[in-house]
Design a protein around this ligand. Structure first.
Ligand code: HEM
Length: 234
């Protein structure tokens, strides 16, 4: 099959809705945000199909076919969020569409199913994006207040606690940070010199609050670190 005319038509459709590389990038950036809700969308999609005679009678293969279909739709949705819409993508989409035409599915239901999927995605994306922005704003505000009101030692403690929340793993010795950061990196984050970070890290170590060495940091007393920061209401 000659795919070029189809691909040109696909590009023309993209131009019709002013689709750009920037849009593709934005869709890609949503992939991890929406992924946790995709399974629920898939379940809802097929639950609705089962509620209508014209659609439910097409799925005659029982539970086994249903599980296969759900798996296929989940892949289809993940493919949508890769942000890559090249010829191969078009070919994959085209094949799925062709199967539906061949099985004699009334196109009305494909359009309805797509509309249901789209509104489910939009509702979910807006809630999740709002939550993500809210979380980032809070984090930003806390950092800003930290920069204004905390000492270097307290700012350092606050950043170490943030990192522990994001990438800490509980061990027998305390919370081990999975992200490797040099004193130089930490200095850039809290806005002071590398020397200051080295001095403050040594103090936190000698007070027994952390254990560290060669970009490895363990928060041995996270509670005491929290107290150090919360004294200032940050
Ligand atoms: C947005 C609309 C839809 C999307 C994105 C979609 C997606 C898919 C995908 C990805 C496959 C698997 C294709 C393959 O593995 O080659 C598939 C197959 C299928 N779909 Fe859909 N679908 C849609 C609408 C519907 C509707 C409304 C029905 C109504 C019953 C339906 C029934 C089926 C059936 C019977 C198969 C074949 C299953 C099999 O091979 O056992 N689809 N669909």
């Amino acid at each position: 099959m000659d795919w070029e005319p189809r691909y040109r038509r696909f590009q023309e459709c993209q131009r019709y809705v002013a689709w750009s590389d920037y849009d593709a990038q934005r869709v890609r950036s949503l992939a991890t945000i929406v992924d946790p809700s995709l399974q629920a969308l898939v379940d809802d999609f097929y639950a609705e199909i089962e509620r209508h005679v014209h659609t439910s009678r097409i799925i005659s293969g029982g539970q086994q076919q249903m599980s296969r279909l759900k798996e296929a739709l989940l892949c289809w949705l993940r493919d949508l969020f890769t942000g890559s819409y090249d010829r191969d993508y078009l070919r994959r989409r085209y094949e799925v569409g062709r199967q539906h035409v061949q099985m004699g599915l009334d196109q009305t239901y494909t359009i309805l199913a797509m509309a249901r999927l789209r509104s489910g995605l939009l509702a979910d994306v807006s809630v999740r994006v709002a939550k993500t922005i809210g979380r980032r704003l809070l984090q930003f505000e806390r950092r800003l207040r930290g920069l204004l009101f905390l000492s270097n030692r307290e700012r350092l403690a606050s950043v170490l606690l943030d990192l522990a929340r994001q990438s800490g793993v509980a061990t027998n010795d305390g919370i081990s940070l999975q992200i490797r950061l040099s004193h130089h990196d930490l200095a850039n984050i809290i806005g002071c010199s590398r020397e200051t970070v080295s001095v403050e890290m040594a103090k936190l170590r000698s007070d027994g609050l952390i254990d560290s060495g060669r970009q490895r940091i363990v928060l041995t007393q996270p509670r005491r670190l929290e107290k150090l920061v919360s004294r200032n209401g940050i």
